[in-house]
Design a protein around this ligand. Structure first.
Ligand code: PLP
Length: 383
């Protein structure tokens, strides 16, 4: 609709870049533009910027050394490096390695695993989840056998926002066999939850800049010292041989700036503010008595910015289009998968209903109560 203020409630898809990030990136387009791999002084300025950014992210993630941070072109790429990288580095003792993951992972974890299994390179085991989207630690325990090389469990789900017990899962895995590599996709989690890799106990962890108000097209994989991976991109050997290609200096600098801003933002007060806006959104909807239900969980196991609801009286696609025409930008699930047909694999895994609409509403730093009220009014008229 023309001249109507847009209401953006899709922060889990992506977030706007912070002004500070834009400014921090500025000099690296056409002032400090040299290739960080060049040994001349111009190249040295560029590598200094990359090293500085690596140090910032290392510190934020509690990694022991800067070389544990591997920059990649996206979290998608980092997830491919984590999953394929472990499997492709064949351990001679295992003929057909087992990889354990969950049914509700992001496609950038599920797809490489599915392809590896399809090609007979691994045996893939998919953990189920309960109605809230939580894994069962007992199922994880019983899925581990002597061939298991990798366990990949997302920290917080991108569609329903459910937070998995990562520390407990790591403990189960490592107690059975400390050699099994534990990977977590922490893309949706790090802005709200414990992000220290030592405290979490993980070996590999994926993060992305654009979910934390940094640039799109840059991610990183934390690779614990001593963990060996096969690269998925071959070339000049940048990023300690794990991700060849000239480093994207402005994006790397922007990523680090977004992390610095996050470090300051990540207070209980700010997190609670988001949570109470989200709770207000849900409480208001309930007063309409239209049978809306939460997909997943509420309470402490739910990300503070996420509300995924089932609306029995509406058709999903029709509702999304109508909301969009009314200026409301929300999603029915993962933006990355929304161009594909069929119900969301996450909603299916939690036993979601076939009929009706599912809406993922995710709020962010810029969301104010007026946005929520405007959205509520629009939704009430459409359902
Ligand atoms: N993992 C999760 C949990 C996500 O939510 C996303 C983005 O939607 C990704 C991975 C992929 O991130 P990127 O857009 O950086 O490839």
């Amino acid at each position: 609709m023309k001249n109507k203020k847009k209401i953006y409630l899709d922060f889990a898809s992506t977030a706007p870049m912070e002004r500070g990030v834009v400014l921090a990136m500025e000099p690296y387009w056409s002032e400090t533009y040299a290739n960080p791999g060049s040994i001349h002084s111009c190249g040295q300025d560029a590598i200094k910027a990359v090293d500085g950014a690596r140090g910032t992210i290392q510190k934020f993630l509690g990694a022991r050394s800067p070389h544990e941070i591997i920059f990649a072109g996206s979290a998608t790429e980092a997830n491919n490096l984590a999953t394929r990288g472990v499997v492709k580095l064949k351990t001679p003792r295992v003929a057909k390695p087992r990889v354990i993951t969950t049914r509700i992972e992001h496609p950038s974890v599920l797809e490489p695993i599915r392809r590896l299994a399809e090609h007979g390179e691994i045996e893939a085991v998919y953990l189920g989840v309960d109605k809230g989207g939580l894994i069962n630690p007992e199922e994880l325990k019983s899925s581990i056998n002597e061939n298991t090389v990798l366990v990949s469990i997302g920290y917080a789900n991108n569609e329903i926002g459910t937070i998995q017990p990562i520390q407990e899962a790591v403990k189960i895995v490592k107690e059975l066999n400390p050699k099994i590599i534990f990977h977590t996709d922490a893309v949706q989690a790090i802005q709200f939850l414990e992000a220290d890799v030592k405290k979490l106990g993980v070996d590999l962890m994926t993060v992305s800049a654009h979910k934390i108000y940094g640039p799109k097209g840059i991610g990183a994989l934390y690779v614990k010292d001593g963990i060996k991976l096969e690269s998925v991109i071959y070339g000049g050997g940048q990023e300690y041989g794990l991700r060849s290609g000239t480093e994207n200096v402005p994006f790397i600098v922007g990523f680090a700036k977004a992390v610095q801003i996050l470090e300051k933002w990540k207070t209980q007060t700010n997190i609670k503010k988001l949570e109470s806006l989200r709770d207000y959104l849900w409480q208001e909807m309930q007063t309409w008595k239209r049978g809306f239900q939460v997909n997943g969980v509420m309470g402490e196991k739910l990300l503070p910015n996420n509300l995924n609801i089932h609306i029995p009286s509406a058709d999903g696609e029709t509702l999304l289009v109508a909301l969009s025409e009314a200026g409301a930008c929300v999603s029915s699930g993962s933006a990355c998968a929304s161009r594909s047909q069929g119900p969301s694999h996450v909603i299916t895994a939690i036993g979601g209903r076939e009929n009706g609409a599912n809406l993922r509403l995710t709020i962010g730093r810029q969301t104010v109560k007026d946005d929520i009220d405007a959205f509520l009014e629009t939704l009430k008229n459409l359902t």
